[in-house]
Design a protein around this ligand. Structure first.
Ligand code: BGC
Length: 250
């Protein structure tokens, strides 16, 4: 039973078919660079391109970098402001000609890691952070998702945390890995003092070099790298869509 999983990010839109009973991708992923400006109509065109690439007609799950409630985007930290108030699920479903479940991208990645990756079988409060264009965050309490946690936007030294410690901030400011790790560690310490997680999972593109920066982290909480790394968003979106549209799975 395949579902198309999509992950819309600040730099690329990725998609792959996912077998939702095993969580395995059944095709190589297809990636298209996010169009300049990332306006809704242009992004919807690219979603349609990915759908055509897989000749797909069936349920679609899509992780999207914003607060999503009932399919509608409520924030636009790293995307065009015109997304606020846009019904992402409807827009993409019209472009794709198939039903789309839209959810926050970090929530999607977290669902996959909890089900199949580093959070499997873990109870208590699990925090996952995706390091990318932004800082995505997701919380699970005893395995149950608390959606739309925008904890990448807590204030540190008078600034939005993600503007200091995301992967995009690292390259924008030309920070070396240890200078960036210091900022990220400060972020983890602050966040942990506010929510006291039992486990922190680090994912997103920035986790590719996890082994290099992990020794520089001082926060006294168990930390593990995500297992599905950059595939988690697509896989989790597909799993969430399978649950949202059970009647469409044959
Ligand atoms: C957004 C979040 C998103 C994260 C990762 C942040 O800027 O506010 O909604 O999950 O970036 O893409």
């Amino acid at each position: 039973m395949d579902v198309l999983g999509l992950d819309v990010g600040g730099s690329g839109i990725k998609g792959a078919l996912v077998d939702v009973s095993s969580g395995e991708m059944t095709t190589p992923r297809k990636r298209i660079p996010t169009p300049d400006g990332a306006e809704p109509a242009a992004v919807a065109d690219e979603v349609a391109q990915i759908v055509r690439h897989f000749s797909w007609s069936g349920p679609i799950g899509c992780g999207f970098p914003a607060v999503i409630k009932g399919g509608v985007a409520h924030t636009a930290a790293n995307i065009a402001p015109s997304w606020v108030g846009t019904d992402v699920a409807r827009l993409f479903s019209e472009a794709a000609g198939s039903p789309v479940l839209a959810l926050n991208d970090a929530d999607a990645a977290g669902i996959a890691e909890m089900r199949l990756g580093a959070g499997r079988g873990r109870g208590g409060l699990v925090l996952m952070i995706t390091i990318g264009t932004g800082l995505g965050t997701v919380l699970f309490m005893d395995g149950r998702l608390v959606p739309n946690m925008e904890l990448g936007h807590i204030e540190i030294r008078g600034k939005d945390a993600e503007s200091r410690a995301s992967d995009a901030a690292r390259s924008r400011k030309g920070l070396g890995l240890s200078a960036w790790a210091k900022r990220f560690d400060e972020y983890l310490c602050r966040l942990s003092a506010l929510i006291w997680p039992d486990l922190i999972i680090i994912g997103g593109g920035g986790s590719r070099v996890y082994e290099k920066f992990a020794p520089l982290l001082t926060v006294g909480v168990e930390i593990v790298p995500a297992k599905l790394r950059n595939e988690a968003g697509m896989v989790g979106a597909a799993l969430a869509a399978a649950e949202a549209f059970p009647e469409l799975l044959s």
